[in-house]
Design a protein around this ligand. Structure first.
Ligand code: C2E
Ligand code: MG
Ligand code: MG
Length: 585
C-alpha cells in the first residue's frame, strides 16, 4: 500500500520514493512548487512509511532570486566593461593626440592660414620623426608655392596668385563689411619698348615698374603681374572711394616719371581700370572682366588715365557682345553689302575710282554704321573674316563691271591694320584677284595712319611692299587725322594720300584751314603722291581745293555711297554736271 502522502502516483518522485530512493525536485505544496530533497522513511519491513522532506524553498521565489542575481551580475559586468572601454578610449585618445594635431596641421596646410612651425619638432620618439617628415613637406610646399604663385621676372604675384588673392578678398567681403578695390594697370603700347630697346631692356623696365607700383601702393596692397604689361593691385582693407581714386591717380602719375637707363631716358604711360566695391561680387572672372572693361574705357579715351567700372559700362559691354554675335552671323551668311562712292577728277568730272564701303543692315536694328561695327569687329575678332569677305565681294563686283564694260578705274577697299598684320593677308588678297581673274591694278588698298602705331617702320614697310609687289595700289587714308609722321610719309610706298575730311570742312571760310591745306598739298605733291581730298560737301569747298591745285575729290557734293546697281547712274550724272561746276568757276 502506498503511504498516505501528498505525492500522488503521477508525481515524478512517487516511483523513486516507493522504491526507497531519494528524490530531489519540485514538490507541489498548496498549489505552488517547493524545491525539496525527499527521502523515504522506511520501516523494518522496508516499506515506505513516510517521506522526510528537506525543504529548500518556493521554486518561483528561487527563480526570481536567481534572475535578480543574474541581472545584477550582467549589470555589474556591463559597468565594468563600459568603464574599461572609457578608460581605454581616453588612453588611446591621449596617446593619439600628437598624431591628431599633426594630421590637423597637414590638413590645414592646404588652406591659406598661417600655421606657424610644425608641432612636436625635436621630440625623440615616433611623433618627433613624423613631425620631421611633415616639416620637410612644409618646406617643399613653401618652395612650390613660391614657384607656382610668383612671377619670375618681377618677384610679384603671378596670375594664380592674383586670382587666389581676389578669391580671398571676395570671400572676406561676403562675410564682413569690408570693402576692397582692384586696380588693373596696363602699360600703354609696351610693345614699342621691346621693339625699340630689345626684350632685355623691356624686362628691366617691367621689373622697375613692379617695384614702383609696390612703393606707391604700399605694403598692404597685393600686387601681381598676371601677364606681359598688366599689373593688378588688390586693396582689401577699408579704403574710402576717394582714397582709391587718389591711389589710381598716383599710380598713373608714377608711370609718367619714366626710367633712367644706360641707353637714356625711357618714358612710359599706363592706363587703368578700377573696381571699387563693398559687396555684390562673388565671381573672380566677372570681377576681372569688369576691371578689363574699365581699362578698355581708359585706353579708348587715349590712355595715360584711369576709368572706374560702372554698371553702364557693363550694359555697353553686353550690347557689344550681342552685336558681335549678330555680326558674326551676318558675316557667315554674307549679309553685309558694299556701297560705292565715286572719287571724281574735277577737271574732267570723270571717275578716278570708287571706294567700297561696308554696309550692315540688321533685320531689326536697321542700318548699323561702319563707325560702330568695324571697331566692334576689330575688338571681337571678326575683322579678318569681315575684311576677307569685303575684299572678295569687291573683287567679284569689279569682275562683274569689267564684264559689263563699265570703266570704274579701280575699287578702293579699306583694310583694318589688324587684318594687314595677318601672315596670310597677301595670300587672301591674291587669291581673290585670281578667283575673279582680275588685273591687280583694279584694286586699291586703303590703310589708315593707325597702321604705323603698333609696329616698327621696318615691319610696316615690308607688308606694304608686298602689297605693291602684287601690283595693287596703296592709299593712305584719313591723312592728318591721327598719327601723322612725315618720316613715314617719306619712306612708305603709297601711291596716293587721302586728305582727311576735317581739313576741308568749311575751308572756304576758315583761313587757318586754307594755310594748313596748302602746306599739306605742297608737301604731298612734292613727294609725288596722287592726292584725294575726302568729305567735300559744298561747291565752295570744291572750288577752294581745286584752286589750291587738288584735282580729285570724294564727297557728298558729288555723291553719297550707293549700292552697285546705282553707281552707273550716279557716275553719268556727275559727268553731266561738268558744266555746272565750270560755270561757277
Ligand atoms: P573712310 O574709309 O575714311 O571712308 C569715308 C567715310 O566718309 C565714309 O563713311 C563715307 O560715307 C564718308 N563720307 C564721304 N564723303 C563724305 C562727306 O562729304 N561728308 C561726310 N560727312 N562724310 C563723307 P562710312 O561709309 O560711314 O565709313 C566710315 C569708316 O568706316 C570708313 O572711313 C572706314 O574707315 C571704315 N570702313 C568702311 N567700310 C570698311 C571696310 O570694309 N573695312 C574696314 N576695315 N573699314 C571700313
Ligand atoms: Mg577709306
Ligand atoms: Mg577716309
Amino acid at each position: 500500500m502506498p503511504p498516505p502522502m501528498s505525492i500522488g502516483v503521477s508525481h515524478p518522485a512517487y516511483e523513486k520514493i516507493i522504491n526507497g530512493q531519494t528524490h530531489r525536485g519540485q514538490v507541489p505544496v498548496m498549489g505552488r512548487l517547493r524545491l525539496a530533497e525527499l527521502m523515504p522513511i522506511m520501516d523494518l519491513d522496508n516499506s515506505v512509511q513516510g517521506v522526510l522532506a528537506v525543504d529548500v524553498g518556493w521554486v518561483d521565489d528561487l527563480i526570481i532570486a536567481r534572475d535578480e542575481l543574474r541581472n545584477q551580475s550582467i549589470l555589474v559586468a556591463c559597468i565594468i566593461l563600459i568603464v574599461e572601454a572609457l578608460l581605454g578610449a581616453a588612453y588611446i585618445s591621449y596617446a593619439l593626440r600628437p598624431i591628431r594635431v599633426l594630421a590637423k596641421y597637414a590638413e590645414d596646410m592646404g588652406s591659406e592660414k598661417n600655421l606657424g612651425s610644425v608641432p612636436f619638432i625635436g621630440q625623440s620618439d615616433e611623433v618627433g620623426t613624423l613631425s620631421e617628415g611633415l616639416n620637410h613637406v612644409v618646406d617643399l610646399q613653401v618652395k612650390l608655392a613660391h614657384l607656382a604663385y610668383t612671377d619670375d621676372l618681377t618677384g610679384l604675384g603671378n596670375r594664380s596668385r592674383y586670382f587666389a588673392d581676389l578669391q580671398v578678398a571676395l570671400r572676406n567681403s561676403q562675410s564682413a563689411i569690408e570693402s576692397w578695390a582692384l586696380l588693373h594697370l596696363n602699360i600703354d603700347k609696351f610693345g614699342h619698348i621691346n621693339d625699340a630697346y630689345g626684350q632685355e631692356m623691356g624686362d628691366q623696365i617691367l621689373k622697375r615698374i613692379g617695384a614702383r607700383i609696390k612703393q606707391v601702393a604700399g605694403n598692404q596692397a597685393k600686387v601681381a603681374r598676371p601677364s606681359a604689361a598688366n599689373f593688378i593691385i588688390i586693396i582689401d582693407n577699408r579704403l574710402a572711394t576717394d582714397e582709391i581714386t587718389v591711389l589710381a591717380q598716383n599710380l598713373i602719375e608714377s608711370m609718367r616719371k619714366g626710367f633712367h637707363t644706360p641707353v637714356g631716358e625711357i618714358s612710359i604711360t599706363g592706363s587703368m581700370g578700377v573696381i571699387d566695391v563693398l559687396k555684390g561680387f562673388d565671381d573672380p572672372e566677372v570681377v576681372h572682366l569688369n576691371a578689363s572693361l574699365a581699362l578698355r574705357k581708359a585706353q579708348r579715351a587715349g590712355g595715360d588715365q584711369y576709368a572706374i567700372f560702372s554698371s553702364e559700362l557693363n550694359d555697353e559691354y553686353q550690347e557689344r557682345v550681342t552685336l558681335i554675335k549678330m555680326l558674326e552671323m551676318a558675316i557667315e551668311n554674307r549679309e553685309l553689302e558694299i556701297h560705292f562712292q565715286p572719287q571724281v577728277i574735277l577737271s574732267s568730272n570723270k571717275l578716278s575710282g570708287l571706294e567700297a564701303l561696308a554696309r550692315w543692315k540688321h533685320p531689326i536694328l536697321g542700318q548699323i554704321p561702319p563707325a560702330k561695327f568695324i571697331p566692334i569687329a576689330e575688338d571681337g575678332g571678326q575683322i579678318v573674316k569681315l575684311g576677307t569677305l569685303i575684299i572678295d565681294m569687291a573683287c567679284q563686283q569689279a569682275a562683274q563691271w569689267r564684264k559689263e564694260k563699265f570703266d570704274f578705274k579701280h575699287i578702293a577697299v579699306n583694310v583694318s591694320p589688324i587684318q594687314l598684320w595677318q601672315d596670310n593677308f597677301i595670300d587672301v588678297l591674291s587669291a581673290s584677284l585670281k578667283r575673279y581673274k582680275l588685273p591687280a591694278n583694279c584694286i586699291c588698298i586703303e590703310i589708315t595712319e593707325s597702321v604705323f602705331i603698333d609696329h616698327t617702320k621696318h615691319k610696316t614697310l615690308r607688308v606694304l611692299e608686298l602689297i605693291r609687289s602684287l601690283g595693287v595700289m596703296l592709299s593712305l587714308d584719313d591723312f592728318g587725322s591721327g598719327y601723322s609722321s612725315l618720316s613715314y610719309l617719306n619712306n612708305m610706298p603709297f601711291d596716293q594720300v587721302k586728305i582727311d575730311r576735317s581739313f576741308v570742312t568749311n575751308i572756304d571760310t576758315d583761313d587757318r584751314k586754307k594755310k594748313v591745306m596748302r602746306g599739306i598739298l605742297s608737301l604731298t605733291t612734292e613727294l609725288d603722291f596722287k592726292i584725294i581730298i575726302e568729305g567735300t560737301e559744298t561747291i565752295e569747298e570744291i572750288m577752294m581745293v581745286q584752286e589750291m591745285g587738288c584735282d580729285v575729290v570724294q564727297g557728298y557734293y558729288h555723291a553719297k555711297p550707293v549700292p552697285a546697281d546705282l553707281i552707273r547712274g550716279v557716275v553719268d550724272k556727275i559727268s553731266k554736271s561738268v558744266l555746272a561746276i565750270n560755270a561757277k568757276l
